[in-house]
Design a protein around this ligand. Sequence first.
Ligand SMILES: CC(C)(COP(=O)(O)OP(=O)(O)OC[C@H]1O[C@@H](n2cnc3c(N)ncnc32)[C@H](O)[C@@H]1OP(=O)(O)O)[C@@H](O)C(=O)NCCC(=O)NCCS
Length: 165
Amino acid sequence: MVHIRAMTKTDASTVSRLLGQSWRRTYSPILGDETAAQLSDDRHAPQKLAAELEDDNKMSFVAERPDGSIAGYAMAEMDDRGDVTLNRLHVEPQEFGSGLAVDLLHAVLAAHAGIPSIALEVIEGNDRAIAFYRKHGFEVVEHRPAAHGVAGHASLIMRRLLPRA
Ligand SMILES: CC(C)(COP(=O)(O)OP(=O)(O)OC[C@H]1O[C@@H](n2cnc3c(N)ncnc32)[C@H](O)[C@@H]1OP(=O)(O)O)[C@@H](O)C(=O)NCCC(=O)NCCS
């Protein structure tokens, strides 16, 4: 059984490695090897991930296997207006299709009970992720052209409306 829990500082190096590998695997074919590696190295250094844990507006979760290894990670951020964005959702490829990604998504939603919707930005061409989000109720609400997307690449903003309790 994989267990979802809040990320702690001791997870930072492992999560940094997971993100580095996931970014290279997912985005190299779209952004190119160099850009994918550089963006991930810039954004996902262990000390940056650890610092995010101090930010009350950000919530980070990991999925831990019984042997202590980390199989997935998610991070969501709330802005000043209370709008929540799922900033990161990554699972190890061995877990693709296992339901772990949706468990992480549900942990994020449970931690933000009462919000009317949740949004995210996904790079165009990341078709597996887009299919996953559609399957879980997200709809495209904005097409961002390359100039306003991610690293000069077009992106989609997707949003899922959540039922009022
Ligand atoms: C995105 C991610 C979290 C989704 O988790 P997952 O376990 O792979 O998702 P699922 O298998 O439940 O759903 C993916 C769906 O896409 C489908 N799919 C796979 N490759 C596809 C492709 N190239 N084009 C379209 N659909 C595709 C799968 O068949 C599946 O649909 P199905 O359940 O109807 O068969 C995971 O793939 C991941 O970590 N990817 C790398 C990181 C990433 O891209 N994160 C998102 C950043 S915004």
